[in-house]
Design a protein around this ligand. Sequence first.
Ligand code: GLA
Length: 403
Amino acid sequence: MSRTTAFASVAASVVLAVVAACAQGPATTGSAPAARPLLAATPPMGFNTWNRFGCNVSDTLVRGIADAMVSSGMKDAGYQYVVIDDCWQVSRDSTGRVVPDPERFPEGMKALADYVHSKGLKFGLYTDAGDRTCQGRPGSYGHEDQDARTYAAWGVDYVKVDWCHADSLDAATRYTIVRNAFRQSGRPMVLSICEWGQNRPWEWADTVGQLWRTTNDIWDSWQSMIWNADANARHQAAAGPGHWNDPDMLEVGNGGMTLDEYRAHFSLWAIMAAPLIAGNDLRHMSDDIRDILTNKEVIAVDQDSLGVQGGVVFDRGGGVQVWAKPLADGSAAVVVLDERTDSAGAYVRWADIGLKNGPATVRDLWAHQDLGVHTDDGTFADRLTTRVPGHGVVMLRITPVKQ
Ligand code: GLA
């Protein structure tokens, strides 16, 4: 199969799967299927404490992040969830109820969730499918129903469920128990499955959670980011509205990459319809970092309602690749990636990105510019040429002109 045909067929099968999923609605138990809202119809967007703050989480931090999410324009750009990762919990009480750290969260989780909600945002927490979290805090094993009821009572909207201390367990079984507990709680809560792709979640998790990690943890480096992007790209066909591959949270703004590298990171996550979960300190961002995280034209590619995960459609060799993603309005999003350190010339052919030859308008999503004219008849007829910065990308939206 040619690359173009392969791409078109992945896109078509994803569209069919989406239509089927919407027609059926989420899987139900019992004989009278109750309508459930489709959670995460587009990839979840938000913030998580782990990448930047590790165990150093607190009520003050989370309130500050929620404030900054609003004042920085991130909420307007689509970010919703404020998620506390590991280390918020210290023990269980005599009834088995999980206890938040009383020093770091003196007002408790309900008050904090209320605060986050008062900003028009949503609130998330973290637990583990095993009996301890990765940092040794209480996990949810054997407490799934109780924890789900507790989260629901606090007003939790999103739960990341990790996989430490779970080696002897069956992932599909354990995460299904968590999913059922969430359903029983009566509160819609996004289930973020975090077993690092060890149990092939792309084969079973689409009816269990709304997103699943496909990789090990990301680090704030170009190599780690590219590694996670490549690994995530292998599971293109499994993604769609309500169920997304997750190559891990964003490192944009944490200081280990250049601005070009962070633009590449954000562009690759967007073209793969990955969850956009910021992992930097939103309270202290440079304008450059804020402009990356709030680039609405790139975010629109990630959040496109068709819900197709894009992937590599042409590999020029030598580290230059063209990635493409079909969009609901008939246009194609394109990322031209240069993995080398030198800048490179590259071309994008309509035939590679799932478009028919013919005139098309081209928009540069980082320059926020409509590009000039390259061909005799005043249009891009079947390709364009471009120049890509080393360790960087050019990101485009290419829209066929109706004739
Ligand atoms: C695992 C997860 C990370 C983070 C840490 C917390 O490593 O993959 O994303 O949640 O645990 O301990």
